[in-house]
Design a protein around this ligand. Structure first.
Ligand SMILES: [Fe+2]
Length: 233
């Protein structure tokens, strides 16, 4: 169920329950509250309620611009729970240390690397923030032959009217027909260090310049979708 759907559902059942409990209260009395009232239990003649704060963003409508109170951890945890992240991985994220060890591992950052013109260099799991570094792996039995890498990255200028450009990666460490390419932080073999030195070179939209904030929406083959904002060097 979508977040909107769930909210509508909650308002619906709450209105009906409160109408019954209040013995004919007008609909105005049950639907004008700023907050969503969620029914959590009912005994004869009484309705137990709890206030659920409105989300600051619609989790199904990824914000185009970076909200002033942007919290990548909170946003991705909440959106992940709605299905953007596999349920089995959400369990790991919710375990102690899962924020930096699993969620932070999937958040993008810009490494010290001079990207080619028109490209944005991206890595995942910023060590300077204490996040685990994201490994990469080719298809193998250990990953159900699915592989472990980001297979698409969508970049758009963080404004309301902007062009989003998707770069796909159809393999790791080798690429065949996709538009994306890799580089290696510090040089050497891309497979060294569990593939953690891999730099993804994503296409920048034509309306993006140095210093712009861009929204990154990307998908790890095995761990789901993540959203964050970066500043283009
Ligand atoms: Fe992953």
């Amino acid at each position: 169920m979508t977040q909107h759907g769930r909210r509508d559902f909650i308002v619906g059942i709450s209105s009906a329950a409160l109408l019954g409990a209040c013995g004919g209260a007008t609909s105005d009395a049950t639907t004008t509250a700023e907050e969503v009232i969620e029914q959590v239990g009912e005994t004869e003649g009484t309705v137990e309620t709890v206030a659920v704060a409105e989300p600051t963003v619609d989790l199904n409508q990824i914000p185009a611009a970076k909200p002033t109170d942007w919290d990548a951890m909170a946003f991705n945890r909440a959106r992940g729970a709605t299905g953007a992240i596999p349920a089995a991985y959400m369990i790991k994220i919710e375990e102690e240390g899962g924020d930096t060890g699993h969620l932070g591992k999937h958040l993008p950052f810009v490494p010290e690397f001079e990207a080619p013109e028109g490209k944005l260099a991206i890595m995942w799991g910023d060590p300077s923030k204490g996040h685990a570094q994201h490994p990469n792996a080719d298809r193998a039995e250990s990953n159900n032959n699915e592989g472990h890498w980001y297979n698409w990255i969508r970049v758009r200028k963080a404004t309301a009217d902007a062009e989003e450009v998707e770069t796909t990666f159809d393999g790791w460490p080798s690429i065949s027909a996709s538009t994306g390419t890799y580089a290696v932080l510090g040089g050497g073999d891309i497979a060294d260090n569990g593939g953690k030195n891999t730099i993804y070179l994503a296409d920048l939209p034509s309306d993006v310049q140095s210093g712009d904030t861009v929204r990154i929406h990307a998908h790890c083959l095995t761990h789901g979708e993540y959203v964050d904002f970066l500043v283009v060097p």
